[in-house]
Ligand binder design. Structure first.
Ligand SMILES: Nc1ncnc2c1ncn2[C@@H]1O[C@H](COP(=O)(O)OP(=O)(O)OP(=O)(O)O)[C@@H](O)[C@H]1O
Ligand SMILES: [Mg+2]
Length: 394
């Protein structure tokens, strides 16, 4: 991730630039200096890694401010963004004098900016700064295996128990029903985010998200199947990137759909939880998913198997899965139809502090592991082995 700055004399134009920057997923923070009137910071730590010069008629002053920032922090990269493309010779000369490394033409394409920032970010990683990775994708190996139940309850536990700022994005197709499980009545959803992609920054997205009493924030899914005609799967990653900017953890419920168009979003994930049940059709599709993910270049450590509706009688199956897939099972969630169903029908997540081996305690354990926090006395009493006995490598 990079810290970013924008020098501008036109706030409407810089808002578009900031939205594009956030959608690259590489901007940790963005600050703005409006010329005239802006004052440069005193300390090098206050100057961002990369500064965009939003060139207008008043280019000279913008270049001068950029040069001033580079004097304070010489490692800062300057990118000139200009409507004059290719830049005139005098513009090029001014840019070179003030230390500009790159030129971008307006309107800025998110993909061009991303390629440029990735290069700068790589240079920073080699100098020892890690990239943040906040995305957890939840997918069903097939329909109806409990992907949404897992995404919602994990989101709630990460929010309440691990005290993380969590955004849950409902990308399930054809319809999204996350809001039903939380008894929420959203006004906006993924369709609105897609419609306003050019203006979508953290502030805008915040207004599209609906907040649950547990502080879990939800971007609602589609309420009509035909809304997907206006949604470009390859652009969904831009929404994830913006959500990343204001969240500790971003969860995506992608339902049971799958295809190469999802590859780039899946590649961004820190963890892909594939929900399956211990029966032949579900395990058959699970195996194919795992192979396909490998084909996308996703290492097996990131694709994690979650067995839902687990029953003690299934223990024999577990050994078989372990052997056939040559991969540990990340978590087992007990079959508890009464609890799962009443929670779904009432729109209330599983939150009670009851039995240590109950469904909510299991969700809490997974949340603790993901967030890297203490699992608490109940989880310890039940023993981590009960849930993660086949995932000791992780
Ligand atoms: N651990 C569990 N024990 C018993 N029933 C469960 C459990 N988890 C989920 N269920 C039930 O399974 C059903 C399907 O759950 P859910 O809607 O989460 O699945 P899904 O994979 O998201 O389905 P879809 O493919 O329609 O999106 C629900 O009725 C839910 O109550
Ligand atoms: Mg679902």
């Amino acid at each position: 991730m990079l810290t970013l700055g924008i020098i501008t004399s036109d706030t409407a134009s810089s808002a578009q630039l900031a939205a594009a920057a956030q959608q690259t997923g590489l901007a940790e923070s963005i600050r703005e200096w409006v010329i005239p009137g802006a004052t440069a910071p005193d300390a090098a730590e206050m100057v961002p890694d990369v500064v965009l010069l939003d060139l207008t008629l008043d280019a000279e002053r913008l270049f001068a401010f950029g040069a001033q920032l580079r004097r304070i922090r010489p490692a800062t990269k300057l990118i000139a963004v200009s409507a004059t493309s290719p830049p005139t010779q005098s513009l090029l000369l001014d840019a070179m004098r003030s230390g500009v490394q790159e030129f971008l033409s307006k309107p800025v394409e998110t993909s061009d900016l991303k390629a440029m920032l990735s290069r700068f970010a790589e240079e920073l990683i080699t100098s020892g700064r890690p990239l943040l990775n906040k995305l957890i994708v939840v997918m069903g190996s097939k329909g109806g295996v409990g992907a949404t139940t897992v995404a919602v309850n994990l989101g709630v536990q990460l929010s309440v128990y691990a005290k993380k700022r969590v955004a849950l994005l409902d990308f399930a197709r054809p319809l999204g029903n996350v809001h039903l499980l939380l008894d929420l009545h959203p006004q906006f959803g993924v369709r609105d985010a897609m419609d306003s992609l050019e203006r979508l920054d953290a502030h805008f997205l915040d207004r599209l998200l609906i907040s649950h009493s547990t502080h879990l924030r939800v971007l609602a899914g589609t309420t009509q199947p035909e809304q997907w005609q206006a949604i470009r799967v390859d652009a969904l990653e831009r929404i994830v990137n913006v959500a990343n900017a204001t969240s500790d953890i971003v969860i995506v419920d992608m339902g049971s759909q799958f295809g190469t168009e999802w590859a780039s979003l899946l590649k961004m994930a820190r963890m892909i939880l594939i929900i399956a049940e211990a029966n032949v059709p579900s395990l058959w599709t699970l195996q194919r998913r795992l192979t396909a993910l490998k084909g996308f270049g996703i290492e097996s450590e990131r694709a994690r198997i979650v067995l839902n509706r687990w029953h003690q009688d299934d223990d024999g199956v577990l050994k078989g899965i372990q052997k056939d897939f040559n991969q540990p099972v990340f978590a087992r969630l007990p079959n508890d139809f009464r609890k799962a169903n009443s929670s779904i029908n009432l729109g209330t997540p599983l939150l009670e502090n009851g039995r240590s081996n109950g469904l909510s305690a299991r969700y809490r354990q997974i949340a603790a592991q993901i967030a890297g926090v203490d699992p608490g006395p109940a989880a310890k009493k039940s023993g981590w082995g009960g849930l993660f006995s086949f995932s000791t490598k992780r």
